[in-house]
Design a protein around this ligand. Structure first.
Ligand SMILES: Cc1cc2nc3c(=O)[nH]c(=O)nc-3n(C[C@H](O)[C@H](O)[C@H](O)COP(=O)(O)OP(=O)(O)OC[C@H]3O[C@@H](n4cnc5c(N)ncnc54)[C@H](O)[C@@H]3O)c2cc1C
Length: 384
């Protein structure tokens, strides 16, 4: 059996200055009433203005080459930006997916035209992407997907549908995984390709899926005879499965798999300190120690990804442990303080608790369920 090794990353001194700059910016945005702290902000906090401001400050596409609008900064600096945004519960969902995984995907597999067209727009915080993987009958068993594209002159005609597509109603494009040759039952992963689909193209319909609260952040997306030009194929035709799987390490290991309910943990700590509640603070200190360990693991994976080391197995492990951690925060809060969760409460603890309770069931589903992740880790550790 193989052991999993994650490097220890020490944050360099320069990141302290960057962190101060981000905190000052966020403080001003909050004090001026321009943004509001929210739990699970990377999926449900949206502001076009805020995304543009982040782009203008060079905080999107930070590690990408300058010639594509990036900042050529380190993955650790990018990590500092993302964790500060999550800790403040800032409205980052617009650009999150494009920054986290579409950019790296295009840098690795995209054509020169795709890089020149999309990357600078993403880095400016003006171009958003959605993830087009899940279908009504293909979630954990993604290889069952049926969306298909058929070759025509100068492009492809796409038919099919996707579901649970976060942010599709705000996004300009989606990377759609579909079949470009019919399914081979003996090799279901073969013949898939990734297409960049313009979500405003004729034949695309986006229907909201509302949460019980009436909130809307994911969707059903239908493709009826949508024309996708040849230039919008990502990487190699038929290699979509392998390309898509490489994206998942970026998707699963970041601080958003640990910090979705951090604003609640922070507020809980403040309340317990104010009440001099030693027993409660003892519980919180256990949470903070776990958070510290998870964060170090996640930082280590950011370094591995920067070095091009395949990290899917450890990323799955961190996602499993991290999402359970963020789910436990509202549960522990309910045991420690007597408050009534209310989404529109003036009281921050009540509001953050309500947001966390409502969003947390999805944490261990989105990006791969707990059971699937554990299967990946078990098989990876035994087979290697
Ligand atoms: C908030 C949220 C946002 C999302 N955003 C997106 C998005 O932007 N784009 C996108 O493409 N998808 C998105 N998803 C979809 C997500 O990826 C799927 O929900 C997930 O992959 C599970 O698929 P499913 O819902 O079809 O459940 P199923 O696959 O039907 O699973 C149901 C249950 O059965 C278990 N199970 C299934 N197969 C096995 C197995 N082999 N062994 C053991 N247990 C198993 C699962 O663990 C789960 O508990 C989102 C989901 C959520 C909750």
């Amino acid at each position: 059996m193989k052991t999993l090794e994650i490097p220890v990353v020490k944050l360099p001194k320069e990141t302290e200055e960057l962190r101060r700059e981000i905190r000052q910016f966020l403080k001003e945005e909050i004090e001026n009433g321009l943004i509001e702290t929210k739990c699970d902000c990377w999926l449900s906090g949206f502001s076009e203005d805020f995304s543009r401001k982040m782009g203008a400050r060079g905080w999107i596409g930070m590690t990408w080459p300058k010639k594509y609008g990036g900042g050529e900064r380190s993955s650790v600096e990018r990590y500092v930006v993302t964790e500060e945004m999550l800790a403040a519960g800032a409205p980052v969902s617009g650009h999150w997916i494009a920054d986290r995984q579409t950019g790296p995907l295009l840098l690795k597999y995209g054509t020169e035209e795709q890089k020149q067209f999309f990357l600078p727009r993403i880095a400016k915080g003006e171009c958003y992407f959605a993830i087009g993987l899940s279908e009504p009958n293909a979630g954990s068993d993604l290889a069952a997907l049926q969306a298909r594209a058929v070759k025509v002159d100068k492009g492809w005609i796409l038919n099919g549908s996707k579901i649970w597509t976060s942010g599709a109603h705000h996004a300009h494009y989606s990377i759609v995984l579909c079949r470009t040759t019919p399914m081979d039952p003996n090799n279901r992963h073969a013949g898939m390709s990734q297409l960049i689909v313009d979500l405003n193209a004729p034949g695309v319909t986006i229907r909201p899926i509302h949460l019980m609260t009436g909130e809307h952040h994911f969707n059903e997306v239908f493709f009826e005879d949508v024309f996708v030009p040849d230039g919008m194929v990502v990487g190699t035709l038929g290699n979509g499965w392998a390309q898509g799987m490489a994206e998942l390490a970026y998707e699963r290991s970041g601080p958003e798999r640990i910090l979705s309910t951090f604003p609640l943990l922070n507020e809980l700590t403040n309340v317990l300190i104010e009440k001099c509640d030693a027993k409660g603070l003892n519980e919180v200190s256990r949470l903070i120690s776990r958070l510290w360990t998870l964060r170090n693991m996640s930082l280590g994976i950011a370094r591995l990804l920067e070095e091009g080391v395949p990290s899917n197995i450890i990323a799955s492990l961190v996602k499993d442990m991290g999402t359970q951690f963020e789910q436990e925060i509202p549960e522990i809060t309910r045991l420690l303080v007597s408050v009534i969760p209310l989404t529109d409460s003036e009281n921050r603890l009540e509001r953050f608790l309500a947001q966390s309770i409502l969003q947390s069931p999805g944490f261990t589903l989105r990006g791969g369920t707990t059971e699937i992740l554990r299967g990946i880790v078990a098989k990876g550790v035994i087979n290697q």
